[in-house]
Design a protein around this ligand. Sequence first.
Ligand SMILES: [Ca+2]
Ligand SMILES: [Ca+2]
Length: 190
Amino acid sequence: MQRRSFLYSVLAVAIAALLIAVPLALHSRAQSSSTGSPPLRDLVQEYAPVVMPKATAYSVFTTEPSTRHQVWYRISGGDALFRQRLRVFKENARPRPQNQLPPTSELRQELTTNTPTSWFVFPAETGIITYYFDGDHRTSPNGPWEDAFGLKVTRTRFANGNLYKLGFEDQASLDDYNDLEVQVAILQPA
Ligand SMILES: [Ca+2]
Ligand SMILES: [Ca+2]
């Protein structure tokens, strides 16, 4: 009996791995850019941070479908007691309501750390596309991933795009909004 339940759990893990791996393999993923960073130029304005206490994810989207755009992102750090996870989704559609994510078939990357990474960059494209950045954490090594309790966003506008600094919060008390920090740039000349 024990052996059977062991086999079932091995099977469950294998199926879960396939469910994640197949969509990642089928779609265009962001490429790691080992040296590059987004070529934003001519700072126009840095806006005051916007605190979103119940937000669990942030989406950026194209405002001009006929102009090519390109999205870059990286984990820039974080100061947390718990393990952090960033999931990145890309969907050929307008933004969904806040905190609603696309299905896992649209998942493009999953990083289970808040250690800084180099930049990742999606291929340049035209059209109506929304990119979702979803911050999670878990309080024990094998526990379930849980949604962030909130998010702080600082936007800086440049002549040829926008840079967003995201800070996810993993405490219900909303203490510092710096547990998982992500930078997202969307390049799209005006
Ligand atoms: Ca989430
Ligand atoms: Ca915190």
